[in-house]
Write a protein that binds this ligand. Structure first.
Ligand SMILES: *[C@@H]1O[C@H](CO)[C@@H](O)[C@H](O)[C@H]1NC(C)=O
Ligand SMILES: *[C@@H]1O[C@H](CO)[C@@H](O)[C@H](O)[C@H]1NC(C)=O
Ligand SMILES: *[C@@H]1O[C@H](CO)[C@@H](O)[C@H](O)[C@H]1NC(C)=O
Ligand SMILES: *[C@@H]1O[C@H](CO)[C@@H](O)[C@H](O)[C@H]1NC(C)=O
Length: 909
């Protein structure tokens, strides 16, 4: 970084005339007030980005406190007005243009400046910009800005009525009496999950969810640079499009400098180029010799090398020098990664493959679905939270993250973190499981949404695929019979919107002569990119093509035969409850079990309630839950064990099918949460890990050993999988050990070993009759297997357990006589954050199944804390676990009484 700054200054002196000035951008952050449309209440607004729920929190309570999602619904039923006064910049040259730019307003709004209606908005995903020079008062007068945000509830209902008067419908119609969702989300270009759903509250936000800026400039402003990367034999080509905004109605001129000291010996310069005001885009290519570039790789395959590249543009009206002291300079600093991404859809015996090839290398996508970090969009870009979530995905060996269509086009920080952590982004556009009307100005608005967001995101190395909608094709096909005479119109409108318009707009970030990335794809799940024809797919969930979403939560999810042999599983997952200390942070004064049970019940928004979860537990675990309310701690523990077991089994099955590219991706639903509730998340709302997250580090590890039971033949199918990349293909030698344990004894009774050689990015499989690992006269119920993969130096590189019968049928398990000691503590302090690392020694006398540690100390349990492992099975008499607690105040002391332990053993004695 330092290097490029020096370089910049130097070149500034040489190349840029001293008179030229930067475009001036003032952010209107502070000094806003908020009042309701009836002018009965007034609030001061801490800062923009802001939303009404956040601004009125001190008076009416936190949206996420118990029951407030219901009690505060009236907020969405009102008009709210944001206002502030502002001064203009004091020295406004005669040639200055001034724009007032709203980077995101949520959602239907009227904007007033000094009493004049400046414009109206109705799409929270687009930027609105207005020329305001003629309306501004110059000092000492002040300017008065008001943004009147109409009730999204009222607006959605009004639009549905309008549509129905024309004789049209836009399914889904209003679901009957489901108190936890609001209707007609598809009427507004607003984050769709705001209307509520199975894992989140209905909270129809209103607000200014992205910055508001006043921009002073002379001709035009550089908004985005779309950089597409192509590799030739000798060079990398950066194919760039600098996108400018101008209100001019005449052609203008630009001069461009690109500084990238690590890539270019000299700045890249375009001396002068004429641009048309109609599409003010500057296109150019920069060639970089291959040897200057180190590749960007997804997590687990190599480093995530990113290069800073500064784009600097001057604009002027007439050919020749920019005018004296005019605001002509506009800049963007991007971090560029060099990689190629393809989606391979090759014909094979049963259909078509569907897998990603990065830098020419086929990669199995192990990953997760992402929902916005907060249910209130103005809070969704908080960097520390994003860092924790994406870093956690990285640490669990994930390499893909899907930004789901019910959420947002995420913030710039999100995609920059994805670049840094090597998480390929599967980006849905924000349309989900509904029909979307296209009449009036809607189509133009949705086209603009597509262009603006695509241009903002396209340069990121991590952006792998854009899909125009979530589950809409499936929704139309499966529900066709419900639509009656409307079915044809709805399907035609679907094709017109997604295929005819949005897909066509996405061409703006594609290139004719090369593909910077695959796609776009129309819908997920679908038959893939190659397939879309004139008609919708008969079965978008076909396992032979494209991708599928799998929810089989009422069948025994440990039965392998419920999983179709799918090409790519974009969604699958199982639910669980967050840990007690997290719940306690949400409960008010009354922390009794009764009030906790009430909260858990109120937050269960799955239309199927607790049935699937209780059923999954009942299939496998020794827990008869007549009354989970009386056994909340057990319910939490069993739900987390169940989620971990089922998710792991599914991943094991998918990974074992990697051969011949039969299955090449599995994304867990879902990484994170927007509130504390029973949901499918791996990480709870406070950032604490559920058991499945701890397990994921192992079951998603690059090198893994998987054991699946083939009940027809009573044999074990063992798969060794190696997901990595080597410059030159090599074969590594491994030894497999299968140790047979009796539940009643800590020493293994029997071991068999096999040697195996494995290339990078491949799997190998072998079959072992179950009989051969049984011990003497003991039955399957009495044993379990520890399966180890060791490298040539005899180091354990992967470890797994195999339980031959459902856990509840185990015989002979004993009290493990488990003991915990805190044997060491380290406390370090950076920027007044204290990190406390405790070493816990865990001793046992008998095998301990699913050991679950929980920090219960009343003072510290509500701080973010992580264990090095959790929910593990222990077969060694003694082992160390690390507990890390972050604290803002001081170093912590802790003893073993502050940690509670559960094992499955205790429920089976
Ligand atoms: C919104 O206001 C309307 C009319 O004032 C009322 O009928 C409706 O119940 C209100 N809805 C909510 C969620 O408060
Ligand atoms: C300023 O607003 C005008 C009118 O909406 C628009 O045409 C122009 O592109 C805007 N300028 C910038 C730099 O965004
Ligand atoms: C069919 O419509 C219903 C009601 O809108 C919805 O709940 C269901 O998920 C739809 N089916 C599919 C496959 O999308
Ligand atoms: C186990 O392997 C055999 C032989 O390779 C195969 O036919 C069978 O489908 C596999 N079963 C499972 C459950 O993986």
């Amino acid at each position: 970084m330092l290097k490029i700054i020096n370089f910049l200054c130097l070149s500034t002196l040489v190349l840029i005339p001293l008179e030229a000035k930067n475009v001036q951008v003032d952010e209107l952050t502070k000094g806003w007030t908020l009042r309701d449309g009836d002018s009965t209440m007034q609030f001061s607004v801490a800062k923009i980005p802001s939303g009404v729920y956040t601004a009125v929190k001190d008076k009416y309570g936190d949206l996420l406190a118990p029951d407030n999602d219901v009690k505060l619904r009236w907020i969405a039923n009102k008009t709210w007005i944001y206002s502030r006064k502002f001064e203009t910049a004091n020295e406004l040259g005669q040639d200055s243009l001034v724009n007032l730019t709203f980077h995101g307003i949520d959602t239907v709004a009227k904007i007033w400046l000094n009493g004049e209606l400046l414009g109206e908005t109705d799409n929270m995903f687009i930027r609105y910009s207005y020329s305001v020079g003629h309306l501004l008062n110059f000092s000492p007068n002040q300017n008065n800005l008001e943004i009147e945000i109409l009730s999204p509830l009222v607006e959605a209902n009004a639009r549905v009525q309008e549509l129905e008067q024309k004789g049209n419908s836009a399914p889904p119609s209003c679901p009957e009496s489901r108190g936890d969702v609001e209707c007609h989300r598809n009427m507004l270009r607003k984050m769709q999950m705001s209307f509520g759903g199975a894992w989140n509250p209905a909270a129809l936000s209103s607000g200014i969810w992205k910055p508001v800026t006043i921009e002073y400039y002379t001709v035009a402003i550089l908004r985005d640079v779309d950089v597409a990367i192509k590799r030739t034999d000798t060079h990398w080509i950066m194919d760039c499009r600098a996108i400018l905004n101008t209100p001019d109605s005449e052609k203008f001129y630009v001069q461009l400098f690109v500084y990238a000291s690590q890539l270019l010996d000299e700045p890249f310069i375009i001396e002068e180029k004429q641009l048309s005001y109609a599409s003010p885009t500057l296109e150019f290519q920069i060639h970089i010799p291959k040897e200057k570039v180190k590749l960007w790789w997804p997590n687990g395959y190599g480093t995530q090398q990113l290069y800073p590249v500064m784009f600097s543009i001057k604009t002027y009206r007439s050919s020749g020098e920019p005018r004296l002291s005019s605001r002509t300079d506009s800049q963007k600093l991007l971090h560029i990664g060099f990689r190629t991404i393809e989606l391979v859809e090759d014909k094979d015996a049963r259909g078509r493959t569907f897998y990603f090839r990065v830098n020419g290398h086929p990669i199995f996508m192990k990953g997760v679905n992402y929902v916005p970090a907060q249910t209130l969009p103005e809070l969704s870009a908080e960097t520390e939270t994003l860092k924790h979530l994406l870093n956690s995905a990285h640490d669990a060996n994930m390499n893909m993250i899907r930004v789901w269509g019910g959420g947002l086009y995420e913030s710039d920080s999100f995609y920059s973190l994805a670049d840094t952590y090597g998480l390929l982004v599967w980006q849905d556009m924000t349309f989900t499981k509904a029909t979307y009307p296209i009449d009036g100005e809607l189509m133009a608005s949705m086209r603009q949404e597509t262009v603006q967001n695509a241009q903002r995101l396209a340069y990121h190395a991590s952006l792998a695929l854009i899909v125009t909608n979530n589950e809409i094709e499936l929704y139309l096909v499966k529900n066709r019979s419900d639509f009656g005479a409307e079915a044809k119109r709805l399907e035609d409108e679907y094709k017109l919107l997604f295929v005819g318009n949005l897909c066509a707009e996405l061409d703006i970030i594609s290139r004719n002569d090369f593909n910077p990335r695959p796609g776009p794809m129309i819908s997920t799940p679908s038959l893939g990119i190659i397939e879309p024809g004139k008609e919708l797919a008969k079965d978008p969930q076909s396992p032979d093509y494209g991708d599928v979403h799998i929810y089989e939560d009422e069948r025994d999810a440990l039965a392998q035969n419920i999983y179709p042999q799918a090409r790519f599983v974009t969604e699958f997952g199982y639910a669980s409850l967050p840990m007690r200390s997290s719940w306690q942070r949400v409960l008010g004064e009354d922390k009794s079990d009764a009030s906790l049970a009430a909260l858990i019940r109120q937050r269960q928004h799955d239309p199927k309630g607790f049935i699937p979860l209780l059923q999954q537990i009942a299939y496998q675990l020794p827990f008869t839950l007549q009354n989970w309310e009386d056994n909340i701690d057990e319910f939490i523990y069993f739900s987390q064990v169940s989620q971990a077991l089922t998710t792991k089994l599914a991943i094991d099955v998918f990974r074992s099918r990697r051969g011949d590219y039969q299955t090449m991706g599995a994304l867990i639903w879902q990484l994170n949460d927007v509130w504390l509730a029973p949901t499918w998340s791996c990480i709870d709302f406070f950032g604490n890990y559920k058991m499945v997250y701890y397990w994921a580090k192992d079951f998603l590890a690059a090198t893994n050993i998987i054991a699946l039971y083939n009940d027809e033949r009573d044999q074990l199918n063992i798969t060794i999988t190696r997901e990595d990349y080597m410059e030159s293909p090599d074969v590594k030698l491994y030894n497999i050990f299968i140790n047979t344990f009796l539940w009643k004894d800590i020493f293994s009774k029997k071991a068999i070993a096999r040697a195996i050689g494995l290339r990078s990015s491949s799997i190998d499989q072998l079959v072992i009759p179950l009989e051969s690992v049984l011990y003497e006269h003991h039955s399957k119920e009495e044993i379990f297997l520890e399966i180890l993969l060791k490298d040539e130096e005899d180091r354990v590189v992967a470890k797994n357990f195999f339980y031959p019968v459902p856990i509840k049928d185990i015989i002979g398990i004993k009290d493990p006589k488990l003991n915990i000691d805190v044997i060491d503590v380290e406390c370090s302090n950076t920027n007044s954050h204290y990190t406390n690392k405790f070493t816990l020694r865990i001793t046992i006398k008998y095998p301990a199944l699913f050991v679950y540690l929980e920090l219960t100390d009343p003072e510290y349990a509500n701080q973010m804390h992580t264990f090095s492992m959790n929910g593990f099975t222990q077969t060694v008499p003694l082992q160390n676990i690390y507990l890390e607690i972050k604290n803002d105040l001081s170093c912590i002391t802790l003893n073993s009484e502050h940690i509670s332990v559960k094992t499955m053993n205790q429920y089976m004695l």
